[in-house]
Design a protein around this ligand. Structure first.
Ligand SMILES: NC(=O)c1ccc[n+]([C@@H]2O[C@H](COP(=O)([O-])OP(=O)(O)OC[C@H]3O[C@@H](n4cnc5c(N)ncnc54)[C@H](OP(=O)(O)O)[C@@H]3O)[C@@H](O)[C@H]2O)c1
Length: 261
């Protein structure tokens, strides 16, 4: 299926690793020109080279911190300067720290809000005129925690609900020109999950990486997700092929979430 993305301009945040990178890769493979982002320059350059291996379009790497308003303005400016507009805004971010409510202090709450919510607020505000002009798309990468609260993830369970409320609002306020959707990942084998498994091995929770990964693969499909499976869904949601999907939140979790809807 031709996703009709050739020559389109995409800004994908937090994309030097993991789910953001997989989304940028899928868009670039389908012919879009892509700006990728992260804070660490070395990781960003490595991701650029990896994406370029499959890219049909141009890949531009720009470092920047999503909690910094100026960096966000600059990311939007770079996308417009390099590619003449913005057709697709895909927003990922780093994950908030894990922990139960009583071990989470005010600073943790404010930092999680800044990273996960204010980054989306600022990116959407800055990109809106370009997205509207190009009849573009927004996809937020959040978590299955918005459907079902996950143990010891109070920040993810709580703060990400705001992103879904915002996405639903944008799907109305930016329509009919712009569509806005979200994907809700369950466990995918990214650097974040690899680090969490390795930390658990160091704590003595598991004997091997495989044993740790098995624990994350507790779903009907009995395996952890491949980041490209999520990236391909992001490319689909960005494509006119999915043109009647708007304001939707799509679980990508192998069926692990118990909620009926
Ligand atoms: N992987 C999963 O199974 C899973 C499941 C549910 C939800 N999620 C959520 O999906 C999101 C992405 O997770 P992931 O697994 O893809 O993580 P990852 O592999 O660790 O990648 C995170 C990316 O975000 C960038 N980043 C982090 N903080 C940033 C900041 N302040 N400004 C700019 N870039 C920043 C990182 O680069 P730098 O560190 O160099 O900045 C990196 O490129 C997170 O919010 C995570 O909680 C993931």
């Amino acid at each position: 299926m031709d996703l009709q993305l050739t020559g389109n301009a995409a800004l994908v945040t937090a994309s030097s690793s993991g789910l953001g990178k997989a989304s940028a890769k899928a868009l670039a493979r389908e012919g879009a020109n892509v700006v990728i982002n992260g804070r660490n320059e070395d990781r960003l350059e490595a991701a650029k080279a990896d994406i370029e291996d499959v890219a049909e379009g141009t890949v531009v790497a720009q470092s920047g911190d999503l909690t910094d308003e100026d960096d966000i303005e600059s990311l939007v400016e770079t996308t417009v300067d390099e590619f003449g507009g913005i057709d697709h805004l895909v927003m990922s971010a780093g994950g908030p720290p894990s922990g139960p409510f009583l071990e989470t202090d005010d600073e943790d709450w404010y930092q999680a809000y800044d990273l996960l919510v204010m980054s989306v607020v600022r990116l959407a505000r800055e990109a809106e005129p370009y997205l509207r002009e190009d009849e573009g798309t927004i996809v937020n990468i959040t978590s299955r925690s918005v459907k079902e609260a996950i143990d010891s993830l109070v920040l993810s369970n709580s703060v990400r609900m705001s992103v879904i409320g915002l996405e639903k609002t944008l799907s109305k306020e930016f329509a009919p020109e712009v569509r806005a959707n979200a994907v809700l990942p369950g466990p995918h084998e990214t650097e974040r999950i690899k680090n969490l498994v390795e930390q658990a091995i160091d704590r003595g929770d598991y004997d091997s990486y495989e044993e740790g990964l098995d624990d994350w693969a507790n779903n009907p499909l009995d395996r952890i997700g491949d980041p490209m499976e999520l990236g391909n869904t992001v490319a689909f949601l960005s494509s006119p092929v999915s043109g009647y999907i708007n304001g939707e939140s799509i679980l990508i979790d192998g069926g692990s979430t118990g909620a009926n809807l």
